[in-house]
Design a protein around this ligand. Structure first.
Ligand SMILES: NC(=O)c1ccc[n+]([C@@H]2O[C@H](COP(=O)([O-])OP(=O)(O)OC[C@H]3O[C@@H](n4cnc5c(N)ncnc54)[C@H](O)[C@@H]3O)[C@@H](O)[C@H]2O)c1
Length: 428
């Protein structure tokens, strides 16, 4: 297995799978990419990248000769021994992780003593053990299993692939774990080699901790609003303490995205299923839900009833530099605003196509100034760099009422106020 040329396979070519495939191709590996979505595979074969992720299109194109795309597993099984699994694990209604896609992949594995499943999908603790038990029961005990959770961030996913804070490998000390470690060796990242259950828990605990940090600073922000403190000053003063650290202390309109909400909920459910009530995470989730809705009360404070008012949402993606709309705060905002009788105008430089699939009744504009024209209020929802450059004096000319709620504390309050707006951020 030491050959640099030995191919690998990646099953599931979404945000994680495609980035992983492109990254390993860039490191010189031939990568067999498999997905059940024939349209996605067709686009990839034609050189079209189905998602927006900085640098990804260039990386896929420049490594095209090492990337094979198919809906068939057979070529991957023939050529590769390590089969990375990067299929989705969305939440079910109960908040548990939906493992149906993972199980479909597991069920499709043949009897083999030369392959290993390398789990990149985020799964509940115990999944690896259950999969291994299932393999044993079906006479597939020779199939090796490695947990290799993924920590990349959408928006900087490729950069995170090449410079991970750590690589976590959970295995049984067999050839497959050695092979995964060897594969990641060129990245020279700190390695945590551990048992499978601990690797699974590292991923869930890391995301739950980051989400807790966000909900914590959001609550501090809310108290700052009541007490006259400026949360940005508070966060700076806190973050310089090395025991705390400055990251994830940005107050805003709550976390969204495909990972934090579902992983926090999955860990809470996992704890509950094993008889432990994870109180802290219950609060983290509740604070996050309330935080999204605080924007509505801020609007009502200034505008009174929202019936018939037009609110412009600037940015829809759950964060900047991605087109991912999964669990975006904009979805809750748009629904709440419309339920309260407001009209919603929206603009996002990248995520509009995804947003259109998920948001009903919204009037989409071609640019930020188009969105604010005639609006009673503007809400900054996503911190797209172009909103920091917006000419607020031009925006003011187009708006009868001048109110900006900055859900990300992103634009310059002085510039906004100088243009005649009322400005309200979060926690300041
Ligand atoms: N997106 C992130 O930022 C991120 C970061 C770390 C970990 N994760 C985890 O990685 C996993 C994948 O997340 P994602 O955001 O890349 O999901 P995604 O929805 O973007 O991609 C999943 C892909 O898997 C494909 N798929 C589903 N069932 C399949 C099957 N049986 N065989 C082959 N392909 C199949 C889908 O068609 C889709 O293309 C999840 O468990 C997620 O929690 C995601």
């Amino acid at each position: 297995m030491n050959s640099v040329r030995e191919p690998i396979a990646v099953i599931g070519t979404g945000y994680v799978g495609l980035v992983t495939a492109a990254g390993f191709a860039q490191l010189g590996r031939e990568v067999f990419c498999v997905d059940i979505d024939a349209e996605k595979i067709g686009r990839l074969e034609r050189g079209e990248i189905p998602i927006f992720e900085p640098g990804l299109a260039e990386c896929v194109v420049s490594n095209r000769d090492r990337l094979r795309f198919s809906t068939e597993l057979a070529p991957a099984l023939e050529h590769a021994r390590l089969l990375f699994v990067a299929v989705g694990t969305p939440p079910t209604y109960s908040g548990d992780a939906d493992l149906s896609a993972v199980n479909a992949v597991v069920d499709a594995m043949p009897r083999s003593d030369r392959h290993a499943l390398v789990m990149k999908s985020t799964v509940p603790v115990g999944t690896g053990a259950a999969i291994r038990r299932g393999f044993e029961q079906r006479g597939k005990g020779g199939f090796a299993y490695v947990s290799c959770p993924e920590f990349l961030k959408e928006g900087s996913a490729l950069e995170d692939f090449f410079k991970p804070d750590r690589v976590v490998v959970g295995d049984q000390g067999d050839w497959a774990g050695d092979a995964v470690i060897e594969l990641y060796a060129p990245l020279d990242a700190p390695l945590v080699r551990t048992d499978i259950a601990s690797a699974e828990m590292i991923k869930l605990a890391a995301n739950a901790f980051l989400a807790t940090k966000i909900s914590f600073i959001n609550e501090i922000a809310n108290v700052c609003e009541e007490t006259g403190a400026d949360v940005l000053e508070v966060a700076r003063g806190m973050g310089l303490d090395q025991r705390i650290g400055k990251h994830f202390l940005k107050p805003g309109i709550g976390f969204g995205g495909s990972c934090f909400p579902k992983d926090v909920s999955a860990l809470k459910q996992l704890a509950g299923n094993s008889g432990y009530h994870f109180q802290l995470l219950t609060a983290v989730i509740e604070v996050n839900e309330l935080q999204k809705r605080r924007v509505i009360s801020k609007l009502q404070k200034h505008l009174g009833s929202l019936v018939g008012k037009t609110v412009a949402l600037l940015g829809l993606a759950f964060k900047a530099n991605t087109d991912d709309m999964r669990e975006a705060s904009s979805l809750v905002l748009s629904a709440r605003l419309q339920a309260d009788g407001a009209k919603v105008r929206a603009y996002d430089p990248i995520a509009e196509a995804e947003a259109r699939k998920l948001m009903g009744g919204v009037d989409f504009a071609d640019d930020a100034l188009g969105a604010v024209a005639g609006a009673d209020a503007v809400v900054i929802v996503t911190e797209w760099p172009e909103f920091a450059e917006l000419d607020w004096s031009v925006a003011a000319e187009r708006m009868p009422d001048r109110l900006v709620i900055d859900g990300r504390n992103f634009v310059d309050p002085e510039a906004v106020r100088a243009a005649g707006f009322i400005y309200e951020g979060i926690g300041r």
